[in-house]
Ligand binder design. Sequence first.
Ligand SMILES: [Zn+2]
Length: 673
Amino acid sequence: MKHSRALLAAAALAACAPLPTAEPARPPAPRFSTAYMDTSDAPRADLAHYAFGTWQKNNPVPADKSRWGSFGELDQFNQLALKGILEAAAARPQAPGSVEQKVGDFFKSAMDTAAVDAAGLKPLEPELARLDAVASSADLARELARLHDSGVGGFFGVGVDADEKKSDTNALYAYQGGMSLPSRDYYFAAQFEKIRAAFVEHVARMLALAGDTREAAEAGAKTVFEVERALAANAKTPVELRDPLANYNKMPTAELEAKVPLFKLYLDERSIAARDIIVGQPKFFDGLQAQLAARPLADWKVYLRYKLLRSAAPYLAAPFEAENFRFYSTVMRGTPAMEPRWQRASRTIDGAIGEALGQLYVARYYPPEAKARMDEMIRNISAVMRDRLAKLDWMTEPTRNKALAKFDRFTAKIGYPARWRDYSSVAIRPDAYLANVRAASEFEVKRRLARLGKPVDKTEWQMSPPTVNAYFDPTANNINFPAGVLQPPFFDYSLDDAVNYGGIGAIIGHEMTHGFDDQGRHYDADGNLADWWTPEDAARFEARARKVVAQFGGYEPLPGVKINGELTLGENIADLGGASLALEALERSLAGKEKKRIDGFTPEQRFFLSWAQVWRTNIREDALRQQLAVDPHSPGLFRAIGPLVNLQPFYDAFGIKEGDPMWRRPEDRAKIW
Ligand SMILES: [Zn+2]
């Protein structure tokens, strides 16, 4: 086993005087461990409990988190690395304009809480005053344009991204937005009644903090809620938003402008000119226009006042940040305490200038050999997926040929971008936290808008390098693995192949099969939305997907609240495919070799234990409720076992038989890829 540079540096530190760029003390990365298991339970009874019951008992959710599991542990591990980088950059003068200067001064501005608190609402006052002065709908459109230019939300979203039917060119999009609560249901469903009342109270507190009288704040809060609920009334649900075909409505921009006159003023103000626009949810814009026609200007002003406060609150004096946290984290997700200041700052900087901070992270913590090892695993898992596509019994030749053509075109990006984003035009000062956040958002908004009409740059990343996650990009037909996830428990070459195939291998397969899930299958080899399936094959796919919907829709994580099988379908299909492909890749790598037991477990058992441990989770009830309402991913405890009970090798590995709680009838098991 090779020592990482971090370990070597830590060893050096112990031997000599402290270095100016001291490595922070980091716990070991959270690797696979049989010590997490609870063997008092049999795998046939509950594999999740068997695989990580002891971990679950010993690892309650920390006070400053809404959930805890392997992703959170690895994120914390990466955060401690970022802390060292940020502190080192801030500790000494850096060359003006350098990446170190921007990162260091950003951190200083965030950590100077005395200055942030002393400034109170001052950093936001000019913007609040402009909003106050709005006296006409033209003013309103101008103000909205200005807010969107600096990354503040409200009314709707406008963006530039790959045209989903002409994926090599960037197009203009307009989509529903402007709601502060996580989804449409929060404004109407009975289960969120308490949240709605708490939201109104929260908005009132926020407006009062900004200087409104108590009466004005309470009246304003009611208005903000009414405006948002009126927008929500014509918004699509998270399930409806998963249909890429229904969300693609290209029309002449003039048509939307004629329907919503404010939109024309808004685009002009932002100097956005495009002949066509792809409208995600036309009905939402109809509803918006009806509201614009019916409501007085004062309603929109107080609504935008709240949006402005909300967007700035985390970077303002303590009372604003605390109130924002109280509602969005404590009330909504049950999290009692804030993360320490350095960590909030680190997340802000990662979100604002992630490829600046990410450069420093990669230079220090990303072992170059990771890429070669990932390439090899991707090759091995691709080979399995390709063979399966070639042999699939339910797919006919015309569809199969197109599926193979698509599969042969997919590419992978690993670690970090080939070319770092150039932040030289973003001015970062050591004494202006909110201004730094705004400068970075303005840069990012402008950078994205400038792509309009230009060819799509498929080398761009949607996640920063330290992120513990991965993604499939349907229009680029590529899978992406940031450096941050290429560590234990996902990627761990101190351990056997079985553990790695159950970890990062299954994640690779997961991302790969996203190209062929209920959403991804609508994109062709070029990443264009196109119907390349024969009707019979589409129907056969649907029938198989229905089994996945039924399986996960039957799980009930909270009393009376089941997993939404439609919302989570794409992710569940990807988990099922990922686990199944990675397992076969492992078997191929073991062919002809002696299957040695490690810690008393066969390679297959270790594969399934590793898979399950990746999904070990403790979660607060409120956070779980929110996840079930809006997150397309099933809760970790169900991801740990849900895909496995569809796989015969899982039953074989643990001797699970009919009648055991983990048993799923063969006719109910889903098999897609
Ligand atoms: Zn996924």
